[in-house]
Ligand binder design. Structure first.
Ligand code: AQP
Length: 350
C-alpha cells in the first residue's frame, strides 16, 4: 500500500539546544519542507521522563518549549505551510502510546541502549516513562502515519523499534484492519529514518568519543544555539585537539576523533565535504583552522540566536504558533485514532 509521504520529528524541551541538535536534526527539518508535508513537534511529554532536576520544573519546561519553537522558526521552519506544535496539546500521543504499550514486548525495550545510558547504574530509580520513552516515540510518529523521520544517529535504534511496533500492530490486527477497509492489511506504515548529512553525530568539544549532549555537565562540551560570538570563540579555541597537524585526506582523520569532529562541523556548516575542507586546511595547524571555524560558526549561528531572542521575548506569539499547529495536528491525529479504536475493537460514538 502506498502511504502518503509525511515527515514527523521531535525535539525535547530540556534546555541547551546545541549544534548537534541543529546539524543532526533541525537543518534536515528545514530541507525536507521543500519536498514533504512536515510535522515538527516539541516533545514536552518526553522531557518529563528525566528527573525534575534535569528538565528544571514547570516554569523552565514552558520556557524551554517556547525556546525550541523559536529555534525551529529562526532556523527557517515555516509554521504556516507545515505544522509546529507541542506534544502535550494533542492527547492522541498518550492514547496511542497505551495501545502500543500492549503491542511492544518487554524484551524489545530491554535492548534499548539510550535507557541504559540515561538510567545509569541506578536503574531501579529511573522513571517508568524513561523505560517507555521509545514506545511514546513510536506513537508520536505513527499518530500521523508518518513515513519519514529525520533524526540524528543516536535515535536509530528507537526508529527500528517504531518499525517493529508498526509491523506487529499490522500483524496482530491484520483481519480487523482488512475488515475496516485497509485491503492489504496494513494500517501503520513502517517509518523510514532519515539520518543524513555530514553531521549525523556531532561529538563533544571536550571528548571526541562522546556525543555532544544537552545533559553534559560541562557547558564547554557544546555550542548552544543561544551562545554569543565571544562564547563560541572561547569554546572552539578551548576545544580538545591532538598535537598533529590536520591531515590532507579524509582517511587521515581515522583514530583522530577530535579532529574528525571539528572538520565534520566545518563541513556541515559550510555545505562542503570533509575532503574538500581538508584540501583547504590539510597540513596546517589547528589554530588557523579554529579561527576559520569560529568565523563560520558565528556567521551561521548569530542570526539564528538573534531571531530566537526576538521570538522568545514575545511568548504570546510563540504560543499562538503552537496552538494553531496543535489544532491542525489534532485533525490528523483524530482520523488515526478513530480507525485505530475501530481496528482494536474499542466501542466509540460514531
Ligand atoms: N550530538 C548530536 N549529533 C547529531 N544529532 C543529535 N541529536 C541530539 N544530539 C545530537 C538529534 O537532535 C534531535 C533532538 O534530540 P532530543 O531533544 O530528542 O534529545 P537527545 O537525542 O536525547 O539529544 P541530547 O541533546 O543529547 O539530549 P540528552 O543530553 O538528554 O541526551 C534528535 O533527532 C537527535 O537525534
Amino acid at each position: 500500500m502506498a502511504f502518503v509521504e509525511r515527515v514527523f520529528s521531535g525535539v525535547q524541551p530540556t534546555g541547551n539546544l546545541h549544534l548537534g541538535n541543529y546539524l543532526g536534526a533541525i537543518v534536515n527539518f528545514v530541507k525536507l519542507q521543500e519536498t514533504h508535508n512536515c510535522l515538527y513537534c516539541v516533545v514536552d511529554m518526553h522531557a518529563l521522563t528525566q528527573p525534575v532536576s534535569v528538565w528544571g520544573g514547570p516554569a523552565e519546561l514552558a520556557r524551554n518549549t517556547r525556546e525550541v519553537t523559536a529555534a525551529f522558526i529562526a532556523s527557517g521552519i515555516d509554521a504556516k505551510k507545515h505544522i509546529v506544535f507541542n506534544q502535550s496539546q494533542v492527547s492522541g500521543h498518550a492514547e496511542l502510546a497505551w495501545i502500543f504499550n500492549c503491542v511492544a514486548r518487554v524484551g524489545w525495550l530491554n535492548r534499548m541502549t539510550q535507557f541504559k545510558e540515561k538510567a545509569g547504574k541506578d536503574r531501579e530509580n529511573a522513571s517508568v516513562g524513561l523505560y517507555d520513552y521509545p514506545v511514546l516515540m513510536a506513537a508520536d510518529i505513527l499518530l500521523y502515519r508518518a513515513t519519514h523521520v529525520p533524526v540524528g544517529e543516536d535515535q536509530k535504534q528507537h526508529l527500528e523499534l517504531s518499525r517493529d511496533i508498526a509491523q506487529k500492530f499490522n500483524n496482530d490486527f491484520g483481519d480487523s484492519i482488512r475488515s475496516h477497509g485497509f485491503n492489504e492489511g496494513l494500517f501503520f506504515p513502517q517509518p523510514e529514518p532519515l539520518i543524513t548529512g555530514p553531521a549525523t553525530r556531532v561529538m563533544s568539544l571536550r571528548d571526541g568519543t562522546k556525543k555532544m549532549s544537552k545533559s553534559d555537565s560541562s557547558d564547554n562540551s557544546r555550542i548552544n544555539l543561544t551562545d554569543d560570538a565571544d562564547i563560541i570563540a572561547q569554546k572552539i579555541r578551548k576545544a580538545k585537539t591532538d598535537p598533529e597537524p590536520l591531515p590532507s585526506e579524509e582517511k587521515g582523520l581515522e583514530a583522530r576523533p577530535e579532529a574528525d569532529n571539528l572538520v565534520g562541523i566545518f563541513a556541515a556548516l559550510s555545505g562542503r565535504t570533509k575532503s574538500d575542507v581538508l584540501v583547504e586546511f590539510g597540513g596546517g595547524q589547528f589554530s588557523n583552522f579554529k579561527n576559520s571555524l569560529v568565523e563560520l560558526c558565528v556567521a551561521k549561528l548569530s542570526p539564528i540566536a538573534a531571531e530566537m531572542k526576538r521570538l522568545v521575548a514575545d511568548p504570546g506569539y510563540v504560543d499562538s504558533i503552537l496552538i494553531e499547529g496543535a489544532n491542525r495536528a489534532r485533525d490528523i491525529a483524530a482520523e488515526t485514532m478513530k480507525s485505530t479504536k475501530d481496528i482494536v475493537g474499542f466501542v466509540r460514538k460514531h
